[in-house]
Write a protein that binds this ligand. Structure first.
Ligand code: HAM
Length: 428
């Protein structure tokens, strides 16, 4: 019997890898533009790190972590998210000495024992960013603007929802009001909500049951309970987004599955992925560094889920790929194959995607191969063409064909062909 992969753990096959690379490359460029540097952190950490940051009473820590004792009986966990590890590394390597703060991002696999479904896996990948060192509300707006820039660069249609969860001062007041409200509805809501109203009351607002949601229609709003400085902070975050022309809506019901957030939280929401509608999410976590034993420095960040992005960008990227000059070189005979071989290399150097057959197939089978490759152009080098030092360039979409001169100077010759293809590709 064959051994199959684990449920919720997915192979990324060669026909998908280009999407992953495109998304990562696009993100890296944008992150660098906003002053972020990459950090690579381990997959395995002491369990305590996540319990202390994400929170003991969260679903992640209570029931979703891959936790086990190592051979020395130390409890270790495969990271369920990136923020805790990045902050641990920040503290461990004394990065706080940089006065201006640190902007870090990490890309890699995360692990949560969730019920797998479309866009939800047990091993998934995040691009996670952290801006550490400033509590200024404009940094919240800047970080959201970076997420927004990435969505735009990937041509994704998402909306930005924001909220404030208050701080150590005002959140307890809100929790108290919420618990009083929930106490009166114990017999009307699900068992999970009743349990959560004791352990982590804010999370009830996130219950997926429609019946519970109906009960919470007039639940107290956190925004009515913010202290003066949280209220000012939230106003300035909104002002920052408005200055940058970024559209958002306020969702006072947004609560996050991680306990470390203070003040601003946000989510990038899509309508195209069913229940898993968050493409990315994040917020501010002032106090978390201190909680992990570091200096008390504020921070704000977010993570986007690669698998969800891949599901969404698919169509757009394939269309963009098609717009790239894409050539299949058909050669007949050894002399043509040799000329074609250097032509292929030269065209690749210009930026075109080029393939050819090396196995002396017939014209007909090479045409079939070109079709299979989805090539927009074929360049045919047969005996006649070779004798006249030219090639036949055929547009596979329009059927048009033309003869192009080949000179002995391969560089000039490739530039000429590439320009012809490129201009026509852009215009079609
Ligand atoms: P999170 O909301 O738990 O936040 O995850 C962020 C994103 O990761 C989600 O919006 C989603 O796109 C993706 N994601 C989460 N779980 C799964 C899953 N099981 N399968 C596929 N994709 C998933 C965090 O992890 C925070 N550390 C974000 C952050 C960074 N906050 C501040 N800095």
């Amino acid at each position: 019997m064959t051994v199959k992969g684990l449920k919720g753990f997915k192979d990324v096959l060669p026909n998908e890898v280009h999407l992953w690379q495109h998304i990562e490359n696009t993100a890296r460029k944008i992150f660098h533009r906003f002053g972020f540097s990459e950090i690579k952190v381990p997959i395995l950490e002491k369990t305590e790190l996540f319990a202390r940051s994400i929170g003991e009473a969260t679903d992640i820590v209570e029931k979703e972590m891959y936790t086990f004792p190592d051979r020395n009986d130390i409890s270790v966990t495969m990271r369920p998210e990136g923020t805790a590890s990045v902050l641990r590394a920040y503290i461990e390597h004394g990065m706080h000495v940089l006065q201006s703060g640190q902007r870090l991002y990490t890309i890699g696999p995360m692990f949560r024992y969730e019920r797998p479904q479309k866009g939800r896996l047990r091993q998934f990948h995040q691009m996670s960013v952290e801006a550490i060192g400033s509590g200024h509300p404009r940094v919240d707006a800047e970080v959201m603007a970076m997420a927004w820039t990435l969505m735009e660069a990937l041509s994704l249609n998402v909306s930005l929802e924001i909220n404030s969860l208050g701080c150590r001062e005002c959140r307890p007041e809100f929790k108290k009001a919420l618990v009083e409200f929930l106490d009166k509805r114990q017999d009307k809501v699900c068992a999970d909500c009743n349990r959560r109203s004791k352990t982590n009351p804010l999370r009830v607002l996130d219950c997926k049951s429609e019946n519970c949601q109906q009960q919470y229609v007039d639940a107290p709003s956190i925004l009515d309970h913010l202290c003066g400085s949280c209220e000012d902070h939230f106003l300035e975050v909104r002002e920052g987004l408005e200055l940058l022309g970024i559209h958002y809506s306020v969702n006072s019901r947004m609560v996050r599955g991680l306990d470390y957030y203070t003040r601003t939280t946000f989510e990038l929401i899509t309508n195209d992925l069913g229940a898993q509608n968050a493409v990315g999410a994040g917020g501010r976590y002032d106090g978390l560094l201190e909680q992990l034993g570091g200096q008390d420095k504020p921070g704000v960040g977010f993570a986007v889920g690669m698998e969800r992005l891949v599901l969404l960008v698919n169509e757009d990227i394939i269309k963009a790929e098609k717009r790239k000059p894409d050539v299949f070189l058909i050669t007949l005979g050894e002399d043509a194959a040799r000329k074609g071989f250097s032509l292929m290399h030269g065209l690749r150097g210009q930026g075109a995607k080029v393939s050819m057959d090396h196995d002396g197939r017939s014209m007909k089978s090479q045409m079939k191969l070109a079709d299979k490759h989805g090539a927009r152009y074929v360049i045919i080098l047969g005996e006649d063409e070779l004798a006249n030092n030219e090639a036949l360039l055929k547009n596979m979409v329009s059927g048009e064909q033309e003869t192009v001169a080949l000179s002995d100077d391969m560089g000039t010759c490739c530039t000429g062909i590439y320009e012809r293809i490129r201009v026509r590709t852009i215009n079609t």
